[in-house]
Design a binder for this molecule. Structure first.
Ligand code: ADP
Ligand code: MG
Length: 693
């Protein structure tokens, strides 16, 4: 396969634009994007025309504004290009107006109250900084989605706002340092974990179909304890899937690079090469969508849920994040990090930002699904801390104490150039337990869940770091000796914020205690974390930088609570349904079989002692009674939850009452599964799901 020939073949990218747009139009377009200005209509018309011609040549018949509403997945409204010129004649048309703006009905998307206070109308606006592409014979135009009054109804608008904010803040900061400052942008590489299971088995599990995760399932005899899956040989069917997936992603210009097996059986990872953060967010959305669709072609199902299976590792999304100026990665330590003032300032700015806004960082990884993962000793805990490695820690310690960094001659390269030596020095491996790790030339944020949009984590990182950089700039701008002032800032801020730096094992119980002593927050669940969104300090941050208005934040708070409750509600209803319609009847049937075996044995005079079926019937019957009782309890709690008026109280009730009742029901079902004939059990077992092919 000639990869270079297919790469980006479905993308209206820079090369295509240069080829197809009149020179002056191309220039006007580039200038508008660079200066973040909107396009004149004639320019938009010319671009729309070229786009349409290119799309039709490549098989497209429709166009769609492609956007990312608060549901977390993408939405698209398809229109065909046709336009009638007479009764029997149509031409293919696509105007600049249609390119720039569309009006999908906003009332069917979550808006958390914005819809009530404002108009139901919503607009999608072309985002010219992410390329249009063809998917399923449709020209997809990346857009931002907002209400009639301009309130963001999506995940992209705040992301774009935060990107402008951090770009400006970084430019100002670099200028204050006396360094080159044009062309600043943030970069993201989003590593994606997922599970692949057989599609027929998937369809037999209502829990997977309705909720994306298994709500029942006894532990299989073998899980991930042998660590034989991580980086193991990829099974042929999966390999074929990965190759087809890569090819499809490459056509869309997505830099899919690494595919390997992950820790849990049937778990895998895809890592792309990093790119501009807005594009990386779009690409990750597309990647998730195509992963699912491609799976169907191979008779597989792709599970993107954070915790599809109890007792084996769940899936996350590692958001690698950095800031660049031109070709220069601002988080690259260089050969002598201890002398690299601008690097150390970016490092300390991030540490300070993460410490000051631990709650927002935590919130950007909060969801009902991810609650199963964070803090479960397989993924970062719900406590936010930063790993920087012992070398950088020592350098910052020296700054704080005002002493020379003494090891500089003996280890010139250890924190520089290469990603690994920083961490390898004292024999520790790369710290995989940290929620927020400096990995050589970027930060890796590991808390987000596998099904998340990268937009939220990226938006939060951009905003909090921008806020700190602005503060640093003010100090530098007012100082006569910038270098001395910079060193002073590093020393002071390290002292103020080093409590958030932790290089040890984040999974340990000692760390939880230590974190408490240090005054770090532990927001264990989504419901615990969400109210922080409306803390005055956080509202003020977002409003100050123009990322969210207060009403946008309030609406997001509502939406996330609502979403949480809805998810648990669906899960609970699914459990009730499966318990009554699948599990209980299957156990009854099996009990009947056991009973008739016992009866016929007794009939021919065999003693009770030789009828183990009787004991089994007793034991299973009592578990069945428990199962039915637990199902009834769960049902009444779900009904009760439905009557609770306040969104927060409702979510709390789901967390504190409904989830424990679900766990109880599951326990009885799993015990029954362990004691019932394999052939009698109505749903595929964990063993079958994870080890079937
Ligand atoms: P690993 O974590 O497996 O060692 P890498 O460190 O090479 O792999 O990269 C992990 C992810 O981080 C990849 O998606 C990579 O493209 C991304 N990445 C590398 N450099 C940057 C950067 N400067 N900004 C954002 N992401 C980056
Ligand atoms: Mg990683």
């Amino acid at each position: 396969m000639d990869i270079s020939a297919i790469f980006g073949s479905k993308v209206f990218n820079d090369t295509v634009m240069r080829e197809r747009l009149p020179k002056d139009i191309y220039k006007a377009f580039k200038a508008a994007v660079k200066n973040k200005k909107s396009l004149d209509l004639p320019v938009a018309n010319a671009i729309a025309h070229a786009m349409k011609e290119w799309a039709i040549e490549n098989g497209a018949t429709h166009y769609a504004h492609w956007f990312q509403p608060m549901t977390g997945i993408t939405a698209e409204k398809h229109d065909s290009f046709i336009s009638p010129v007479s009764d029997s004649l149509v031409i293919m048309e696509f105007s600049g107006k249609e390119l720039i703006k569309s009006e999908p009905d906003a009332s069917s998307f979550p808006s958390g109250g914005l819809r009530a206070t404002f108009e139901a109308r919503g607009y999608t606006n072309w985002d010219p900084t992410s390329y249009a592409f063809i998917k399923d014979n449709t020209l997809c135009i990346p857009t931002a989605f907002c209400s009639y009054g301009g309130e963001a109804l999506d995940k992209k608008t705040p992301l774009l706002r935060s990107m402008e904010c951090v770009d400006r803040a970084t430019e100002r900061f670099l200028k204050a340092l006396g360094e080159e400052s044009d062309n600043v942008y943030t970069t993201i590489g989003a590593e994606q974990e997922y599970f692949l299971i057989d599609r027929d088995l998937f369809k037999k599990r209502r829990d997977l179909v309705y909720t994306g995760r298994t709500l029942f399932g006894a532990k299989p005899p073998k899980g991930q304890e042998l660590d034989d899956h991580y980086f193991g040989t990829i099974r042929p069917r999966v390999l074929a899937y990965m190759q087809a997936l890569d090819e499809e992603l490459w056509k869309l210009g997505i830099l899919a690079k690494t595919e390997h097996n992950e820790a849990a059986p049937s778990q895998h990872e895809l890592a792309p090469i990093f790119t501009n953060s807005n594009v990386a967010v779009d690409h990750n959305q597309l990647t998730m969508e195509i992963m699912k669709r491609m799976a169907a072609k191979f008779e597989l199902a792709c599970l993107l849920h954070e915790k599809p299976f109890e007792s084996v590792n769940g899936s996350g999304k590692h958001v690698n994040w950095s800031i660049s100026q031109g070709d220069r990665n601002l988080f690259k330590p260089g050969d002598k990090p201890h002398e690299n003032i601008s690097f150390l300032m970016f490092l300390i700015a991030t540490i300070k930002a993460v410490d000051e806004y631990q709650d927002l960082i935590r919130l950007s990884a909060a969801s009902a699904g991810n609650d199963h993962r964070l803090g479960a000793c397989e993924a970062p805990p719900a406590i936010v801390s930063v790993f920087i490695g012992s070398d950088l820690e020592e350098i910052l310690e020296c700054y704080e104490r005002g002493v020379e960094y003494c090891k500089k001659d003996s280890m010139p390269l250890e924190t520089g150039v290469h990603a690994l030596p920083v961490i390898n020095k004292d024999g520790t491996d790369r710290n995989r337990t940290s929620p927020f790790a400096f990995t050589g030339n970027k930060f890796e944020f590991r808390m987000p869940g596998s099904s998340f949009s990268v937009a939220d984590p990226a938006m939060v990182l951009n905003t909090v770091v921008a806020d700190v950089l602005i503060g640093f700039s003010e100090r530098l701008e007012g100082a006569d000796d910038k270098k001395t002032e910079a060193k002073r800032i590093i020393a002071e801020e390290y002292k103020n914020h080093k409590r958030v730096v932790f290089n040890g094992n984040n999974y340990s119980e000692e760390w939880r205690e230590e974190a408490k002593r240090r005054g770090l927050m532990e927001l264990r669940t989504t419901v615990d974390a969400l109210p922080r969104l409306l803390d005055e300090k956080n509202v003020s941050l977002y409003v100050r930088h123009g990322i969210f208005t207060r009403s946008e934040l309030e609406s997001r708070f509502e939406m996330q609570l609502e979403n949480y409750s809805k998810i648990i509600n669906i899960e609970a209803l699914t459990m009730i349904n499966m318990s009554r319609k699948d599990i209980a009847p299957a156990v009854e049937k099996y009990l009947g079989e056991l009973g008739s075996v016992a009866r016929s044995k007794l009939d021919i005079g065999i003693s009770r002692e030789l009828c183990p079926e009787i004991k089994a019937v007793e034991m299973l019957s009592s578990e069945l009674v428990e199962l039915i009782g637990a199902t009834d309890v769960l049902e009444s709690l779900v009904r009760k939850a439905g009557d609770i008026g306040g969104e927060y109280e409702k979510a709390e009730f789901f967390k504190d009452e409904v989830i424990p009742a679900m766990n109880k029901l599951r326990k009885h079902a799993d015990t029954l599964e362990e004691n019932v004939d394999r052939r009698a059990w109505p749903i595929p077992s964990y063993g079958e799901l994870m080890f079937s092919f």
